[in-house]
Design a protein around this ligand. Sequence first.
Ligand SMILES: N[C@@H](CCC(=O)N[C@@H](CS)C(=O)NCC(=O)O)C(=O)O
Length: 331
Amino acid sequence: MKNWLLLALLVCQAAAAQSTLDAVRSRGFVQCGVNTGLAGFAQPDSKGVWRGLDVDLCRAVAAAVFGDARKVRFTPLTSQQRFTALQSGEVDVLARNTTWTLSRDTSLGLNFVGVNYYDGQGFMVPKKLNVKSVKELDGATICVQPGTTNELNLADYFRANRLKFKPVVIEKLEEVLSAYFSGRCDAYTTDQSGLVALRASRAPNPAEHVILPEIISKEPLGPAVRHGDDRWFDIVKWSLFAMIEAEELGLSSKNVDGQVKSPNPAIQRFVGASGDLGKMLALDNKWAYNIVKQVGNYGESFDANLKPLGFERGLNRLWNRGGLLYVPPIR
Ligand SMILES: N[C@@H](CCC(=O)N[C@@H](CS)C(=O)NCC(=O)O)C(=O)O
């Protein structure tokens, strides 16, 4: 083999072998794939600062890796673009109201780190249609985005219930919303969280739209990374878990400083005052302290981003308060 070819091959192999953590460190920031603009999950505010539950997860990873939650940049992605962006290495993390499914977790080459919002699919209809149930939508025209679980669940549900429908499949969020709000579709279907957020933030008149009572699927939404890099998978996973565990331990951005001297050994370990949990993740021992101090716990993020839009905690309460949020021990 020619020498230059061998060299090129070795350089390529070295680049491929570089871990995501090394790449992120030498770049100086985490590149996070987020929604193009979904209030409460990921949307730039009036000053252009990204806000939302998914955005906070990205900031938590930056706080864990760099000790600085600001070291993150955001790539807005449509439903259809998101998986290629992660697979190709354009983003390090995908935190974009993405449902954890078997096919995405296997053949799409993703690893879901956990769930940051338990959701389910619903339907929104104009109030004036006077529809009270999805079962009354036989023959309806229904707006949906491609590349979503919503598109598949819609077809399954209507088939299972022997109902007919005409799908109007539009890739861009702006366009699917204007199709629905202008009356081109009788109904719009997506995750319940999407319906609540979009009705509150995008409807010309929110009071003119109702969300039907049926929830037709399970949509566990969570951040994902690429297959093949266990260390990075661990870092993103435990960054999410740290936000949830902090709420359970009663640690918040407001009080975490005072807790560094807590007599509780679990808190001591969490804030990095004892033990070496950070080292096990190849991070600074204050990784979790930095997340809570700079980003906040899960409940703080929920209250800041979702509560103002009218969201209830519901399934997304902690396990010991009747919800599903339960993370393995941080020890
Ligand atoms: N959770 C579902 C749906 C996620 C989804 O893409 N929802 C739409 C409607 S809320 C969205 O976020 N669109 C934004 C965009 O494409 O820019 C999935 O993972 O397939």
